[in-house]
Write a protein of this length. Structure first.
Length: 152
């Protein structure tokens, strides 16, 4: 029994990493146990609570704004001129880099202008090298609201 729980604990995050956004927990198990010509057969013996937990995690993932990722912050400012400057920075960026996503956000008291959608920090480095010439104070920041479908 301990061995079965060990396998389930190891498989649980792996299954979610691949399938959690598309299908429910009970469908994951059904999908894994399908008979397919030329492939082996997987038999999963699970506790009744596992499907419930998997469905709960899928629901949590659906409600979240995004996943942890990275963006390049071009501007962060507050005060009376904060919004005006943020809009100016956004416009300057779009003039030179029209193909990139730009995110203007207000989280009191700060206005922020961020660009890009990256899963790993190092993926932002090619763009930040280009941006440093125009925006010398830009830097890579962790952002919990990156849409995983936009990862480069």
């Amino acid at each position: 029994m301990k061995r079965v729980w060990g396998v389930l604990i190891v498989m649980f995050p792996l299954v979610f990493g691949v399938c959690a956004q598309q299908i429910s927990g009970s469908e994951v198990v059904d999908e894994l146990q399908k008979d397919a010509f030329g492939q082996g057969k997987v038999t999963i013996v699970e506790d009744d609570g596992i499907a419930f937990l998997m469905d709960a995690q899928v629901e949590i993932n659906a409600r979240s704004e995004g996943v942890d990722g990275y963006r390049i912050q071009l501007y962060k400012g507050s005060g009376p001129s904060g919004k005006k400057r943020a809009l100016e920075v956004k416009g300057e960026f779009l003039d030179e880099f029209s193909g990139e996503e730009v995110y203007l956000a207000y989280n009191p008291p700060f206005w922020r202008v961020r660009v890009g959608d990256y899963r790993q920090r190092h993926e932002a480095l090619p763009l930040i090298e280009k941006l440093k010439k125009r925006f010398p104070n830009c830097y890579v920041v962790k952002d919990p609201t990156v849409n995983m479908e936009k990862f480069k």
